[in-house]
Unconditional design. Structure first.
Length: 135
């Protein structure tokens, strides 16, 4: 900044939507936050990527307690990555009850595209009477 001897620094987060960045900054600066449920998976991933202490655990806890069809597939991915059995069971149970909504959700489409093995395991867990054998 001119005349102050301070350099201006611009930070760019091209992989993060603005509401997620704002929520992450609120967490870092200890400003009370209660982000909407639809931000929790992205906020968890941002907290992991940027190593924001406590934020991923907060998001996992909120996902477990406020599970809905909108985040079930994303929560299943997080559960598999973190080996969080409670979150996995909660997301599977939600999807069993609301499969019509989960199967067409943006989160499920993303899961199928980016983590097909997790999508397969999630789908089979939801429909636990189906078994799959590798050829």
């Amino acid at each position: 900044i001119a005349g102050t001897g301070t350099k201006r620094v611009t930070l760019v987060f091209p992989d993060m939507r603005v509401p997620v960045l704002v929520a992450m900054l609120r967490w870092i600066y200890r400003i009370p936050l209660h982000p909407s449920i639809d931000l929790l998976v992205e906020l968890h991933d941002a907290g992991e990527k940027y190593q924001v202490m406590g934020l991923p655990a907060y998001c996992v806890q909120r996902m477990k307690t406020e599970m809905c069809a909108e985040i079930a597939a994303g929560a299943a991915r997080v559960a598999r990555e973190k080996q969080a059995a409670g979150l996995w069971k909660t997301s599977v149970r939600c999807a069993q009850n609301e499969w019509g909504l989960v199967r067409y959700s943006e989160g499920m489409e993303t899961l199928v595209r980016t983590n097909p093995d997790v999508a397969k395991a999630f789908t089979l867990a939801i429909h636990d009477t189906i078994s799959a054998e590798e050829a």
